[in-house]
Design a protein around this ligand. Structure first.
Ligand code: NAD
Ligand code: GLY
Length: 382
């Protein structure tokens, strides 16, 4: 993977910011991820990716008052309109996408249009799907404003919406032409959202980078407090990892499935509780603990390892680890059977062989799964 650091100066050589560039290598569809502070002031970063057409910002009612004006300035003469969506996972559905199509049709936007997704993962997934499908696909730029979106959802081209019976069930792969990560926007993010994003960050350590998991465990307090140096290191590690995985397996026929650690359980919890009740990252946190529990019951990791995973998530990062009590085993099984990784009705899980090593398996006896689904606080002990 190509990476680089660029120092940006004003005339007179005053330092404005330093920008890290990571590349997602996908042949002619390769694209840069720019990471730094004060990037909204750097028109030259984005302008090569806007072509000759007009640009429409897709954002939501929370993010618009915070960052839409800066984004309009960044887009300059390309800026044509902004579409402000209602805020929340419960609006990540086809009606919202249809409202975007209506506005684009009304404004006579053509195939040279760029959609600029300004927001968290919900805005990014909806705007990305609109860009994937409007006139069979138009240009997309991602400007992620949550930690979760900066470390995960803005990179890799998964776009889509929820179905009442299943999370992210309708969607398309559609890569952005550029991802612009300004870490300063995280200053306005509520701490609950920061922690939810950290569940996806912990995932990268657990599936393939034990040293990164150690580092997260040791520095949790400074990370939650958004220490700039730690944040920039963390975002870089996550985006580098995701860029490598996506370059190796864009359409998830192999290694990319590992990025779903905790998601088979988590998506079921999110759907069963009602979209928007728990945060996506919180259900991933619960799902990771359940995946560690199941790995332990299969004898793949020691109870002490499963316990460490739970402790780091629950104590170091104060994320919830126990799923809501009202979800029945039948509900779990029905929802997990329609998970996108399932094959011929067999649920496939991402499980741990060690911290830093994950595998995908369908080889789980029903009674073992039952124990994990009903464990509650009684996590795996031998
Ligand atoms: P989100 O998009 O709902 O954002 C969380 C909240 O923070 C929202 O209320 C939002 O308005 C607000 N917000 C956003 N930026 C802000 C800022 N800078 N300051 C203050 N408030 C801000 O949630 P999320 O956690 O970013 O994303 C979750 C979604 O991402 C889920 O739908 C999930 O399925 C999806 N996801 C997609 C991928 C992918 O690869 N496409 C990967 C992981 C998750
Ligand atoms: N967030 C999982 C993936 O992008 O594959």
């Amino acid at each position: 993977m190509r990476t680089g650091e660029q120092i940006i100066c004003k005339p007179g050589n005053d330092l404005i910011s330093s920008v890290q560039t990571l590349m997602v290598e996908l042949s002619e569809r390769s694209y840069p991820i720019y990471v730094g502070e004060n990037l909204f002031a750097q028109k030259e970063l984005l302008s090569p990716f806007l072509g000759e057409g007009r640009a429409v910002i897709i954002t939501n009612e929370t993010v618009a008052p915070l960052y839409a004006e800066q984004t309009r300035q960044l887009l300059g003469a390309h800026y044509a309109d902004q579409i402000v969506l209602p805020d929340g996972e419960q609006y990540k559905h086809m009606e919202t996408v249809a409202s975007i199509y209506d506005r684009l049709m009304h404004g006579k936007y053509d195939r040279k249009t760029t959609l600029v997704a300004l927001g968290g993962g919900v805005v990014g997934d909806i705007a990305g799907f609109a860009a994937a499908t409007y006139q069979r696909g138009i240009n997309l730029v991602q400007i992620p404003t949550t930690l979760l979106a900066q470390v995960d959802s803005s990179v890799g081209g998964k776009t889509g919406v929820n179905h009442p019976k299943g999370k992210n069930m309708i969607g398309a792969f559609h890569q952005p032409s550029c991802v612009l990560i300004d870490t300063q926007v995280l200053g306005s993010l509520p701490v609950r959202e920061v922690k939810a994003g950290l569940a996806e960050v912990l995932k990268y350590g657990l599936i393939m980078n034990a040293g990164f998991f150690d580092w997260l465990e040791a520095n949790a307090d400074s990370i939650i407090a958004l220490s700039p140096d730690m944040l920039s290191h963390l975002i870089k590690v996550c985006c580098e990892t995701k860029a490598k995985v996506v370059a190796a397996d864009e359409r998830e026929s192999g290694i990319r499935a590992l990025l779903n650690l905790g998601h088979t359980f988590g998506h079921a919890i999110e759907t069963a509780s009602g979209y928007g009740t728990l945060l996506h990252g919180e259900t991933v946190a619960m799902g990771i603990v359940m995946a560690a529990d199941l790995s332990c019951r299969l004898g793949w990791i020691a109870p002490a390892v499963a316990d460490r995973v739970r402790r780091v998530i629950e104590q170091n990062f104060s994320l919830p680890t126990i799923p809501p009590a009202g979800i029945s085993v039948n509900q779990y099984q029905e929802l997990m059977a329609s998970d996108k990784k399932a094959e011929q009705g067999r649920i496939r899980f991402v499980l741990l062989k060690a911290i830093g090593k994950a595998v995908v398996t369908a080889d789980v006896a029903p009674e073992t799964l039952y124990q994990t689904l009903t464990a509650g606080k009684q996590l795996c002990r031998f």
